[in-house]
Design a protein around this ligand. Structure first.
Ligand SMILES: [Zn+2]
Length: 248
């Protein structure tokens, strides 16, 4: 492991245009459950309905109150704070080595850590809009409401997160793909790359270093120039702490 961490440190030091592509595994150390792990949210069923069904566009419009009941208790984690991975990436952006973060997470923790160039493919729980007048509301408005959260105008407030059956935001995708195409190093972490269409984005990468950090196999392992089996937050914590013995 030390040898691989040394290699990662070396890759980062020699890179000028790093892009980080992250999934649920980036936020588990912040106490946000990994949707797709065996014990995660998607293993549960609520009233015979899978989370995928509840978190779909059609369910939102047909059963709005039940949608929000589930959304409030399972999707919102107001107590969550950035972990070592988010903090390390903020440091890389400040040093002008990191060109962008492309994330499948909706928790907004990269922005909370201070990063600016974040492409949130599935939206962000901190952004919520009235479907009638487009007024914006913070997460607390959803959290502190009961039943269906409503705007002052009476309209229903919809979270700016991509539900099943909804397309990704076009301009976010374009920006994310542009960053990946121009990167010299792509770090893919905390995702097994099974969620489409985002997972295919990494096929745009043609830079020198493809680093993969994940607990389990991913679809891109064969292409990786550096493959680290481990927890993302732990890896970055050890890099930050300089907890590396010997040299590469
Ligand atoms: Zn309104």
């Amino acid at each position: 492991m030390e040898e691989k961490l040394n290699k990662l440190q070396d890759v980062i030091c020699r890179s000028k245009r790093i892009v980080f592509f992250g999934g649920a595994g980036v936020s588990t150390a912040s106490g946000i459950p990994d949707f797709r792990s065996d014990t995660g949210l998607y293993a549960e069923e609520v009233d015979g309905l899978s989370p995928e069904m509840i978190l779909s566009r059609s369910f939102f419009f047909l059963q709005t109150e039940r949608f929000f009941c589930f959304y409030r208790t399972h999707m919102l984690h107001p107590e969550a704070v950035p972990n070592a991975a988010h903090q390390y990436l903020y440091k890389l952006e400040k040093e002008d080595r990191l060109r962008g973060i492309v994330t499948q997470n909706i928790d907004g923790l990269h922005r909370k850590a201070g990063n600016i160039r974040v492409y949130e493919l599935h939206g962000n729980i901190n952004e919520n809009y009235c479907m009638e007048c487009n007024a914006g509301y913070p997460m607390e408005k959803i959290l502190n409401s009961q039943g269906i959260p409503r705007c002052e105008c009476g309209g229903v407030i919809k979270p700016n997160v991509v539900l099943y059956g909804e397309p990704l935001e076009k301009y976010v995708c374009i920006g994310a793909r542009r960053e990946i195409t121009n990167a010299d190093t792509l770090i893919v972490a905390g995702t097994s790359l099974t969620v489409e269409p985002a997972a295919t984005f990494i096929e745009d990468f043609n830079g020198r270093n493809l680093v993969i950090i994940n607990n389990s196999p991913t679809r891109a392992d064969e292409r990786a120039t550096l493959l680290i089996r481990g927890d993302v937050a732990d890896v970055f914590f050890r890099l930050q702490a300089g907890d590396l013995s010997g040299t590469a």
